[in-house]
Design a protein around this ligand. Structure first.
Ligand code: SF4
Length: 179
């Protein structure tokens, strides 16, 4: 607190969004002192009421600091859960719910760390490193990709049939893509 917002910025300026992070940290510290006797609260509601704290950060706190069986879903976990087929969903909330069902209780404490690290270093966003992946034999990524491609191709062929003139051209293009 003695550093103040400007002083804190000098210490964290190498990380992304350091301006807003410094602002939120100072505001959060003030709230903790004024409303929680300087302690981090244990409930989701109180955590999410702190500046800059959303569901993901609250889940991390509940899991890491208080040992609760929560799983925080960030961009890496969202991608890995969907690619592998471990917990498919279109929203962060649906992936979180599916992960809580899929991950056995004894692994919930560390699951989000493992999934984040796997997403950051192996199942990377642009091009997953499947040849180095230790769960290659369990992952449904290629099966799901193939199903999506087949579905897209079938939809395109159907559309082409309807339009008549474009049929041959689109079918040839799709066939080339599938080869
Ligand atoms: S096999 Fe590939 S897509 Fe599946 S988890 Fe591993 S890196 Fe990701």
């Amino acid at each position: 607190m003695n550093l103040g917002e400007a002083g804190l910025k000098n210490h964290i300026r190498t990380i992304g969004l350091f301006n807003s992070k410094a602002r939120n940290i100072i505001k959060t510290c003030t709230t903790l002192l004024e409303q929680h006797r300087g302690e981090v609260p244990h409930t989701r509601e109180a955590l999410e009421a702190l500046p800059g704290v959303g569901r993901k950060t609250a889940n991390v706190m509940l899991n890491t600091a208080f040992g609760e069986p929560t799983i925080a879903v960030d961009t890496h976990i969202f991608r890995v859960a969907n690619r592998t087929g471990l917990a498919c969903g279109k929203t962060v909330a649906s992936v979180e719910t599916a992960l809580l069902k899929a991950v056995p209780d004894e692994f919930k404490h560390d699951a989000h760390h493992w999934l984040i690290l796997h997403g950051r270093y192996t199942c990377i966003a642009r091009k997953p490193r499947c040849n180095l992946c230790i769960i290659n034999d369990l992952c449904k990524y290629h099966a799901l990709e193939h199903a999506t491609t087949t579905k897209t191709a079938a939809a395109s062929i159907s559309k082409a049939k309807k339009s008549g003139k474009q049929q041959q051209k689109i079918s040839l293009t799709i066939r080339k893509k599938m080869e």
